[in-house]
Design a binder for this molecule. Sequence first.
Ligand SMILES: Nc1nc2c(c(=O)[nH]1)N[C@H]1C(S)=C(S)[C@@H](COP(=O)(O)OP(=O)(O)OC[C@H]3O[C@@H](n4cnc5c(=O)[nH]c(N)nc54)[C@H](O)[C@@H]3O)O[C@H]1N2
Ligand SMILES: Nc1nc2c(c(=O)[nH]1)N[C@H]1C(S)=C(S)[C@@H](COP(=O)(O)OP(=O)(O)OC[C@H]3O[C@@H](n4cnc5c(=O)[nH]c(N)nc54)[C@H](O)[C@@H]3O)O[C@H]1N2
Ligand code: SF4
Ligand SMILES: [Mo]
Length: 757
Amino acid sequence: MELKFSRRDFLKAIAASAAMLTAGCSPKRDTQQGPVEAKEADKWVKGVCRYCGTGCGVLAGVKGNKIVAVKGDPDCAVNRGRLCVKGILLPKIIDTKDRVLHPLIKKDGQFVEASWDEAMNLVVSKFKEAIEQYGPDSVGFYGSGQTFAEETYTMQKIMRAGIGTNNIDGNPRTCMASAVAGYVTTFGADEPMGAYADIEAADTFFIIGSNMAEAHPVLFSRLVDRKNSEPKVKIIVADPRKTRTVDIADYHLPFTPSRDLALMNAMAQVIVEEGLTDEQFISEHTEFMKGASDSITYDEYKTFLQDYRPELVAESTGIAAETIREVARLFADKNRNTMSLWCMGLNQRTRGVWVNNLVHNLHLLTGKICRPGNTPFSLTGQPSACGSVRETGGLSHILPAHRFVANEKHRNELEEIWGIPKGTMPSKPGYHTLEMFKAAVTGDLKCLWVMTTNPGQSLPNLNYYRPGMEKTFMVVSETYHPTRTSELADVVLPAALWMEKEGIYGNGERRTQHLAQAVKPPGEARSDLETIIDFAKRMGFEHLVPFNTPEEVWAEYQKCQEGTDMQMASYKRLREGHGFTWPVPDDNSPETYIRYAEGYDPYVKQGEGIKFYARKNNRAVIYARPQQDAQEMPDTEYPFFLTTGRILEHWHTGTMTFNVPELKTAVPEMYVEVHPDDAARLGINDGDLVDVTSRRATCKLKAKINGRGQPKPGLVYVPFHDQVMERMINFVLLDAFDPGSKQPEYKVCAVRLAKST
Ligand SMILES: Nc1nc2c(c(=O)[nH]1)N[C@H]1C(S)=C(S)[C@@H](COP(=O)(O)OP(=O)(O)OC[C@H]3O[C@@H](n4cnc5c(=O)[nH]c(N)nc54)[C@H](O)[C@@H]3O)O[C@H]1N2
Ligand SMILES: Nc1nc2c(c(=O)[nH]1)N[C@H]1C(S)=C(S)[C@@H](COP(=O)(O)OP(=O)(O)OC[C@H]3O[C@@H](n4cnc5c(=O)[nH]c(N)nc54)[C@H](O)[C@@H]3O)O[C@H]1N2
Ligand code: SF4
Ligand SMILES: [Mo]
């Protein structure tokens, strides 16, 4: 199914990706005009965009104590001055009427203002009481890929070294956990080996389960530029929906949801059968496995692939055998550089880890890895899921700097750095996200602290989890109130927002970036780091927080990085520079473009070539992973697939973007995308109110037919940004999760559709 790609289509695609154009920030346009007259600014302060994992550098124009404009940082390698519409409108999220200005305590079902002292004393007494009565595992912290690195680093230290529990998890569990486990199982260490610069060096792009045009718009604009400037470039997009990303594709593969394991095994089968492999690379740098770690031979792997011959999977995947062959050949073409890009379409699945492994397989079989333009690159969602959670140890099973809770040596290393007695760190991994919220429902979790995330709206199967949040003693650190989570809290702590505090973000390409404080927070709002340190001191853990500034936290965190694969730049360098991709072993080292490769990675010596040093035998793993369908597939009662995701204008639970008039007006409420044939069959017209019903709940949403996203027949799509209960699609979703990564399956479940009566 080759799509003809005319100049007209191309222009349409750029226009559709709208991002740049609506904000007047096309690469070719002047980027200096923000929504507010930029000329008013007295000074420009360097930071990073608050939203997606692209990590665009920004300059905030400040006048008095107000941010009056934002423009792209021309010296930031990520965006070179570009921003999308959300970035340019950032000043508008700050002075809003729903900002929390004072601590709030719920008394007799009503929130009342309290002093910081009163609120913190209550929090500390509840935490102490629970720990004394029920032990350290009766309390938990749920954080976010939108905090600063210093915040999560400090909190996980207090939980582990102070309280003595690994009950610290965060929303990257709902987002990146499968990508983490994919990198770790295949390469031995988390995070991509490549970087965004691979976009400018690649000829074939394999984009699967990512809608970059809306979710990573500025990065998408780099892809559009690449396509524009190099006629050789071919783009393959595998997604059950026709999205705006598909507008620039040469091939669109609208496969059946969750059948992408079969699709990628079929591509591998073609690559092996047609001799498109790089045999030398395979013999020098890889090994073959199935299951958790059972070795198999290359021949056994080839036999495994026989079940996935394109002709055998064409029907189940919905993609013609010849198309699978064509894209496999394009992927493997020895005269082309190939970059894969993926995001939640792969990660949010009950087989999210396996399907990540399968992308890596394709690169390992063809040796298209660790060279410019050749890389399996997982796109990160949040601005600092990598920098603040994956790297700092912000999940229940990991420790700072790519260490693991289950590894005694790793625990001992941290005990030494933190100056606590050897052998005292808890060795049992804590609750992962869904377990933690389940423990709130069952009553096993007595106290829960939620920071920079909104689980009352973003968790799946909300009818099950929301009562637990209400029942347990819940502290919510928030910038706005009410949110669907803060309304269930016992204590709401007012937080300083973006550019009201100083800190570090780490984006999706290992780039560590500094945000300076540009303005003072409103009312009594404080930086989350200040609140965390205050909590630690009141809990009696003063010795664990010898910090007065974020810079001092960073200096300690850097000690944890010594001798690991992820050393980072110093605060001084980060403050002065425009971001550095780690590893940066010392302040004289350049940033690292490609990991594991001689000439790029400081840890690979001359003569070593490519070295997957995070694995004991230096070999990456090619896995035999069978097709496994989503946990809940359509049936006669619930005949449609439902998938959920994002749109350009809004951010997750909408607390920030619904506060921006331009974004709110652009898309005031969420809707359900339906294929025209399905709509016709059910008598549904564009704009009709439709019931979307699963085994768990019903949502009422307006139908969108032939909108910006077009699902294949039998599939419907709903963005999850709406805050109105009856349009909150997460009530409808199931809470199945991947047994390896524990990431929920937001991307697939079964529903029925009917016109609302
Ligand atoms: N505008 C905007 N941008 C954002 C965000 C936002 O809220 N708004 N959030 C950020 C965050 S945290 C994240 S994680 C990223 C997410 O970025 P993306 O993952 O790109 O966005 P989604 O819309 O969640 O999902 C991507 C695609 O997965 C497809 N999909 C559905 N089922 C399957 C399947 O079975 N297999 C495959 N392969 N694909 C499937 C969907 O059709 C959808 O088009 O976006 C980041 N950027
Ligand atoms: N249906 C469906 N559900 C999903 C997904 C999906 O694809 N489909 N995707 C999942 C994924 S990938 C993700 S990442 C999650 C995201 O889900 P959440 O993290 O729950 O959503 P956000 O709206 O980003 O929540 C961030 C909160 O932090 C607040 N905030 C902003 N800045 C600060 C600050 O500096 N300090 C403090 N304390 N608070 C602040 C904001 O007001 C907001 O309420 O959603 C998950 N849920
Ligand atoms: S692409 Fe992402 S990081 Fe860049 S301006 Fe837009 S939302 Fe912000
Ligand atoms: Mo995410």
